[in-house]
Design a protein around this ligand. Structure first.
Ligand code: ME8
Length: 494
């Protein structure tokens, strides 16, 4: 019962349901969150362009204990705090051009109701039992750590001492699902991408699974366990269900998520616990867990406690949302760890965007704007874009598609930049600005506007603003296109 796959998409209005993690509201978004959301947005936009009926979900995870701590720190009443943070996350995504269909908050009634229903399904399957839990709880992870995972007694990621917790909890019988999970992995060789992440997951499950504590004692924040107000549901058991509560159980039964996108830190929750929960609840499984690496900032770990977070909105204010999107997608091989540095971003921005795409668009549009309408791509007869150009454009479209199916964002963009260089060389070799023969000049410009239009199209999922501007500068009228000069797409950054 595994959901749809990317390769099957397109052209037929099929549903494509893609998600980001729901982020904690103990802080504002940083560059790592922006990366996940931009990558998911690119896939969502691409699927929509291919004709799919896309549902793209993001949101916030509010029921964690760290929300309580964060609100205490600011001195705000907790609901006022979560309202403010949820609005901040939402507006950040808007400013970064994120095309999400919905935004879910785990304090919403639509979510709480489905979580309780889900819990009852686990209970009915005999997979919830009471027991005593002793463990070392890390608030940063909102998860228990094993003794051997600590470094000098501290959580290696958060550099904080975990808290010893001894309490009566409800447990979820995760161990019961080891065999079923291994079968799932065996039957679905793309269930987790990329492959090296899948291997980590498989060997983790092969080593054996322990049941997980699925509730916490006496908390006044979180979703109460049905029929036991002394316990609240473990924040992960609550958060994962957002993927269902946003669309409703009936939708999920008919069309579970095709793709859950996230970083490696939470891959186990999505590729092990989540499918086991769904099996227990008798619900279909997601199609694919897509896992990227972790970002550092100028070579060091991004962490609030180290004070080196970076606000994606600051970056977008200086380089545009497209500048940020381009850097993240072009620079970091999806799946590998990446490093954010403004110097590298500036280099990419000036080199590839200002001098590359921006300059090419400006040259072509300035020359073409001097002409009457030109024959558009697909037009017949003398002066229409020639076969070489049509062929190059088609090959590039195919390459971009193939790279996106394989989650190779840098390679997909590199393919578009190759065709931009091809266009630039053509302008230079032909010296298009010097061609006096009207027919020859117009034929060259028909080729170039066709190429630029195709570049605008192909970049739509990656650089929505620039793509929009390019498309608006090429006004299509039947079989012809009229070019309009535009302001520089990417003014050079100092
Ligand atoms: O884990 N590099 O929320 P979260 C790359 N609420 N990506 C990063 C990153 C970094 N340095 N830091 C964060 C949670 N991310 C849960 C999720 S889902 C049902 C519940 C991104 O706010 C990346 O996508 O800690 C990572 O998986 C996610 O933020 C963790 O977000």
């Amino acid at each position: 019962m595994v959901g749809g796959k990317t390769e099957n998409c397109g052209m037929n209005g099929e549903k494509f349901y893609i998600t980001t993690p729901i982020y904690y509201v103990n802080d504002k978004p940083h560059i790592g969150h922006a990366y996940t959301t931009i990558a998911a947005d690119t896939l969502a936009r691409w699927h929509a362009a291919e004709g799919d009926n896309v549902f793209f979900l993001t949101g916030v995870d509010e029921n964690a204990q760290k929300t309580v701590d964060a609100a205490k720190k600011t001195g705000e009443e907790i609901h006022a705090y979560t309202d403010r943070l949820a609005a901040l996350w939402q507006s950040t995504w808007e400013k970064l051009g994120i095309s999400n269909t919905d935004f879910i908050r785990t304090t919403e009634e639509r979510h709480v109701a489905v979580v309780k229903d889900f819990w009852r399904r686990l209970e009915a399957a005999g997979d919830i039992y009471r027991g005593e839990y002793r463990g070392l709880y890390c608030k940063g992870h909102e998860a228990f750590l094993k003794e051997d995972e600590l470094v000098d007694g501290l959580c290696p990621d958060h550099k904080t001492a975990p808290e010893l917790v001894v309490e009566e909890n409800y447990f979820f019988r995760l161990s019961k699902y080891q065999k079923a999970l291994l079968e799932l992995y065996e039957e679905n060789p793309d269930f987790v991408a990329p492959a090296h992440r899948f291997n980590e997951i498989k060997s983790f499950v092969e080593r054996g699974l322990e049941d997980v504590s699925f509730s916490r004692e006496k908390r006044d924040w979180g979703i109460p366990v049905p029929d036991d107000p002394g316990q609240v549901i473990y924040v992960w058991a609550d958060a994962l269900v957002n993927y269902i509560s946003a669309v409703g159980i009936e939708w999920w039964e008919e069309h579970p998520a095709d793709m859950h996108v996230m970083a490696k830190d939470i891959a186990r929750f999505h590729a092990v616990i989540w499918p086991a929960m769904l099996m227990s609840a008798g619900l279909p499984l997601p199609g694919q867990i897509v896992v990227h690496g972790f970002f550092t900032l100028n070579g060091t770990k991004i962490s609030k406690s180290l004070g080196n977070t970076i606000d994606p909105l600051d970056v977008a204010a200086r380089y545009g949302a497209d500048g940020l999107r381009y850097f993240l997608l072009r620079e970091i091989p999806f799946g590998a760890d990446g490093d954010f540095s403004e110097a590298k971003l500036r280099e990419r921005y000036n080199g590839d965007l200002a001098n590359g795409l921006g300059n090419f668009a400006a040259r072509v549009l300035a020359l073409a704007a001097k002409e009457e309408s030109l024959p558009a791509l697909g037009a017949e007869g003398a002066g229409a874009p020639d076969n070489e150009f049509a062929g190059v454009i088609e090959d590039t479209r195919r390459a971009v598609r193939a790279k996106l199916v394989a989650l190779k964002f840098p390679e997909a963009l590199a393919a578009v930049w190759e065709v931009i260089s091809f266009g630039d060389r053509y302008v230079n070799e032909k010296k298009v600005w010097e061609i006096n023969d009207d027919a020859a000049r117009r034929a060259a410009l028909a080729n170039l506007t066709a190429l630029l239009g195709a570049v605008g199209d192909m970049l739509a999922p990656f650089l929505p603003d620039a793509s929009q501007k390019i498309k608006a500068a090429l006004v299509r009228e039947g079989d012809t296109v009229r070019a309009v000069k535009i302001e520089p797409l990417f003014p050079r950054a100092k």
